[in-house]
Design a protein around this ligand. Structure first.
Ligand code: 5GP
Ligand code: ZN
Length: 112
């Protein structure tokens, strides 16, 4: 997508601190971390949110969870982390390219 910042990060057109990359997805540190560990995992394919998961694109979600487990192990946070994906304005989604926040490194608060 032309004006999508996460597509640009995936393409390397906007710099980011990448933790992992393969043909399907990219993981990079969040620019405004909410916890000592806070990274995002995105598919390289653009779709807006978890509300747009279909039979055609669902397999990348499982792959992303596999990457999250691998990175959690490497970062030493396997015993406690949170995965969040916001959908739409009501949930506070600001970037309309599906992404999974991974947070850890402190006691995390409860949900709204
Ligand atoms: P959302 O609110 O959409 O669930 O989360 C978007 C996240 O993307 C925010 O936590 C924000 O800090 C992060 N973010 C927005 N723009 C950039 C950027 O250009 N680079 C990086 N690394 N993170 C970004
Ligand atoms: Zn995009």
């Amino acid at each position: 997508m032309n004006d999508c910042i996460f597509c640009k990060i995936a393409a390397g057109e906007i710099p980011s601190t990448k933790l992992y990359e393969d043909e399907l997805c990219v993981a990079f540190n969040d620019a405004n971390p909410m916890a000592p560990v806070h990274f995002l995992v995105i598919p390289k394919e653009h779709f807006a949110s978890a509300a747009e998961v279909t039979a055609d694109n669902a397999s990348v979600i499982g792959h992303i969870y596999e990457v999250i487990a691998k990175l959690a192990s490497e970062l030493g946070i396997s015993d406690g982390f949170r995965v969040v994906t916001n959908v739409g304005s009501l949930a506070g989604q600001t970037v309309r390219h599906i992404h999974f926040h991974v947070l850890s490194g402190k006691q995390l608060g409860s949900f709204d």
